[in-house]
Design a binder for this molecule. Sequence first.
Ligand SMILES: *[C@@H]1O[C@H](CO)[C@@H](O)[C@H](O)[C@H]1NC(C)=O
Ligand SMILES: *[C@@H]1O[C@H](CO)[C@@H](O)[C@H](O)[C@H]1NC(C)=O
Ligand SMILES: *[C@@H]1O[C@H](CO)[C@@H](O)[C@H](O)[C@H]1NC(C)=O
Length: 370
Amino acid sequence: MGALSIGLPRSVLAMALLVLQCFALPLHGTITFTIGASKAENSADTAVVCAEQVMALYSGTARASQVTEARAQELRSYIRPLVPYTELRSSFLSSNLVPSKKRFDSRRSLQQRSPQDRLLEPNSKWVSGDVSPPVSHSIIKKLIQWPPSKVLELTKRIVEFGGAPEVLFSALDPTKYEVPDVEGANAQKCQLTKFEYGQRFTDSELNSYMSFLFHVIVTLAPSVGFNVTLSRFDLFHGHIFTSYDTNRLGILFHAREYPAYNNSTFPLNLGYCQKGSPMPYDSSMDLRNILWLAPLAACSAKGMCSDDWLASGTLLILDAREGGIVHRELVPDYLDDVRTISEDEFGNIVADVNYLNIANTPFTSRIFIC
Ligand SMILES: *[C@@H]1O[C@H](CO)[C@@H](O)[C@H](O)[C@H]1NC(C)=O
Ligand SMILES: *[C@@H]1O[C@H](CO)[C@@H](O)[C@H](O)[C@H]1NC(C)=O
Ligand SMILES: *[C@@H]1O[C@H](CO)[C@@H](O)[C@H](O)[C@H]1NC(C)=O
């Protein structure tokens, strides 16, 4: 991996790796693979358009109104919100619902406890396995819709710089942490992450927030009938992107990454990392694509931003069950069995964020950005 990266821009490398990763998947008989056919190009376009419409529904009234009502309804019936989105009408723009920078700062100085404190509390409870008293869902909701100021600053800066991945890279500490052996991965020759080393944000609030997102998914997914575990076979990574349409920061999480090989239900060899998987392949694969969107800053096309926000953050499960629009338009034929939606339908790829669930390790040290 190290040799590959010399002299290549990271974005190019990320694309190359994505392609490698996708096409390295062993394909079994039912998969159609029509190289060079126009159908493939058309379906790729369909996916990008569909992804953009999904995003539009959560990007303020102006963008949402560009999606027809029938289409919006169809999309919504295959989207399961874990944390709902709040639609901001112009009358709200001057209310306290919107944490413009000024209001955010004053609110912060008025309160004894900073947003980060409120964030760390649920995190540490979850990591230590303490489920009583239960984590307040209203805190979770608030932190997804209006994340702490450091997350808001980062997402706004990314929009100001036209979605440039370098904005996120410059928020990373240069230290490279070796990816540890997690749940017997080394013994299986499994390399779980894109690189052997990962980085973290310089600001601990950003690392906490990443960790928080993983835990929120595990906590809230059962409410839509989906049990997720933080394991190297199930949920351990998400793909950070900046959206094509608005340069908004988002993460497409993939749960259920390595279902167990099974001669009858899942005769698909996914390589070393699949070996030893205790996770059966079943219909819950339909729910493995989970989308987090940061709040959308109110910016002009040229990246001039005001202190206001057009849309709150949100956390959604894309339901890829057969017969639905998500399955039909966002899941490519060759990934049908694993129900994978690719992050490059949504935006430009920035990096992967991994949460490696290593016992007796502070939760922010479980984050590896590759
Ligand atoms: C999820 O886990 C809970 C608790 O173990 C269990 O009661 C429930 O049936 C599970 N749900 C699904 C859909 O597997
Ligand atoms: C394969 O899956 C079926 C159906 O879930 C199950 O009954 C069987 O035990 C599995 N086989 C193995 C080898 O795990
Ligand atoms: C799957 O089936 C093949 C042929 O029927 C058999 O040789 C193999 O041992 C089976 N593998 C497992 C894991 O059951």
